[in-house]
Design a protein around this ligand. Structure first.
Ligand code: SAM
Length: 231
């Protein structure tokens, strides 16, 4: 999988690939990461990439020319590239999207800054738009990384133990049951006794009950979905 980050601030993104799972995936050539700075395409003599909003409104907007040319060059290079814009004005990104996008060959993430991107660029180039949640970030770089990370761990070979993917939260409507590591007794707090006894069918039913409790508390709407799918 090839990822291209279209950003004014690639140094905010680069560090994330310098350690741990995604670094190993790059070393194994399962992933590659590239950067494209729209500023390099600016025709403005000062390489400006933003301007005031037409029609008024607070703040600056990323103007169309540098992004049009940057994204045009990406598409010319690879007509099958899948271009994703990060914006709060979009559907929320979900685990199913991560699994679906893991089958693409080349994804570009376009990060906005300032008050966002001129809508005509989004209309022209977006294959998809995503929000990562109901809050406003200063830029799209973190949102791009969130999606890139979630997609990458669904690419074959990226995780050491791919079995862990199938038992995680959001694979079913239920959130994952609590996990414990050793020792069994830590500062007088015990792991649930049924986990210790090793009766796997009993452990499964305790984990299911705990999953249901967690889901009821944190995500009651998900529990409803679980009850409907169980019928
Ligand atoms: N004025 C915009 C609005 O109210 O919708 C917010 C612009 S925000 C300050 C600048 C950039 O950060 C956006 O263009 C987008 O790329 C990114 N961004 C901010 N919050 C985001 C979110 N929740 N999900 C995805 N991207 C986000």
């Amino acid at each position: 999988m090839r990822f291209t980050f279209v950003t004014l601030f690639s140094n905010l993104v680069e560090g994330y690939f310098q350690d741990s799972i995604l670094k190993r995936a790059i070393d194994k050539e399962l992933l590659s990461v590239e950067y494209l700075n729209p500023r390099e395409f600016s025709e403005n003599k000062h390489s400006k990439v933003d301007d005031t909003a037409v029609g008024g409104g607070a703040g600056m907007v990323m103007n169309p020319q540098p992004l049009y040319d940057a994204l045009g060059s990406l598409k010319k290079d690879d007509e099958n590239i899948h271009i994703i814009f990060l914006t709060p004005v979009a559907k929320p990104f979900k685990q199913n999207d991560a699994k679906r996008l893991a089958k693409k060959e080349h994804i570009a993430f376009v990060s906005g800054r300032y008050e966002g991107i001129d809508e005509r660029v989004i209309e022209e180039f977006a294959d998809e738009v995503f929000s990562i949640g109901d809050y406003i970030l200063t830029g799209g770089e973190l949102a791009s990384l969130v999606i890139c990370d979630a997609v990458s761990r669904n690419i074959d070979g990226v995780l050491g133990n791919s079995e862990s993917l199938s038992v995680e939260s959001f694979e079913t409507p239920l959130l994952e049951a609590p996990s414990f590591s050793k020792p069994k007794d830590y500062k007088n707090n015990m792991v649930p006794s049924e986990y210790i006894k090793g009766n796997h069918s009993k452990i499964r039913s305790i984990k299911l009950a705990l999953s249901e409790c967690k889901t009821k508390f944190f995500r009651p709407e998900q529990l409803l979905k679980h009850k409907i799918t169980k019928r």
